[in-house]
Design a protein around this ligand. Sequence first.
Ligand code: URA
Length: 476
Amino acid sequence: MHLLTLEPSFAAWHRVARRALQAEWAWDTVLWEDASDSQLALGLLDETPASVAQAAVSAPTYSVPKAFMDMARTVACHRSAHRWSLLYRVLWRITHGEHHLLKVAVDPDVHELHTMEKSVRRDVHKMRAFVRFREVVHEGQVLYVAWFEPQHHILELNAPFFIDRFAGMQWSILTPERCLHWDGVKATYTPGVSRHEAPTGDAMESLWLQYYAHIFNPARVKTHAMLAEMPMKYWRNLPEAAIIPTLLEQASPRVEVMMERSHALQSQLKEAHPADVPNTNDLEVLRDAAATCKACPLYKDATQTVFGEGHVSAEIVFLGEQPGDQEDLAGKPFVGPAGRLLDQALQEAGIDRETCYVTNAVKHFKWKRQGKRRLHQTPVQAEIHACKPWWRAELAIIKPRILVCLGATAARTVLEHAVKIGDVRGEFMETTWCEKTLVTVHPSSLLRQPDPEIRAEEMARFVADLKLVARALASR
Ligand code: URA
């Protein structure tokens, strides 16, 4: 019998196993054991045990499938002391007449290797998911420290993942067996520590808890799945574990509220259908018909229908999204803050608003109360779709030379697909509705811009787009 004592790593096992194989030591003549911590610390271990080195002087070499080596690298991290002998037995069998052994899934050795490999992989995944760094200030430097108790010897295997992910930080992952430290340039390992040496609680943690509570989706709560994914043993190291029971308790009332809201929305949307528009060439007939439109539920909370406004023979039509608070009260489009900005931009571009027709993709104001204010709400697709026959009928009567879509809602309903304004703005396109269709920003987006310099730049770009319209109109 040969006793082989080795540093517990894949590299050491690989080195020794290759020599043992070359020495023709059959699997059942070799005993494998992990070196003790003191042997390792005192450097008492031979790189390759002398007996194997001598025995292997003029030995054959074997080719081993890559799949086996990959699997062995993972299985080497398994906690079981028996992993080295199992690996050697399989290696022996592969090199002694059973080259395709790994394909025999029902073979007990192969089955055991697969089970061990799976268990290590699962542990690797758990470590990636459940390591939580805590901020520690040490001698004026910010460090991040995490505590984790892996099931297997996976710290080295997982090191590249954490180094890659947190390359720019200085951190340590402490485990009972070994600790990994990253200083931003190189990784070092030190012996394991006890749990008490890992820090608990800090400002980062409370931020994380807030974030976790925010992303916690009660509708997705499946307690069994949660327990399977996040077994109890990891919970004590996770800050969020402390709040999960409360979140779960609150989950069912929150789900009920979500369900109620969703049902209310669904039934409202069921009410939406394309507006029934009269077949007419008269804009005034159209306007009158729109005044009583109930094609979607938005009419219920709006003061009135805000129909388009302008000359019937206008050469330019501007299509916005929906009336705002002031438009809803006045019954006219673009008369509030966004309208004033549009007027200013038109003036700068040399376009007289009086010669244009201005309208919206949705004709009722959609809003939500906040204190005394009525806050704008973006219309949903069903509402936009229900309103489509109105602007189509307006365009069919006016037949403009140029249609300008102000913002994403207008662009989407006209182009019939979602677009990024930046991708299409400033170029004339031919659409079903108008030979020259141009997309640009909505003036409200400029009003929302908090930085005065950026707002001025955006305004200049908006005016530049409108100047394209003015020039196109001038060149007949
Ligand atoms: N925003 C729009 O899209 N239309 C208006 O009429 C007013 C603001």
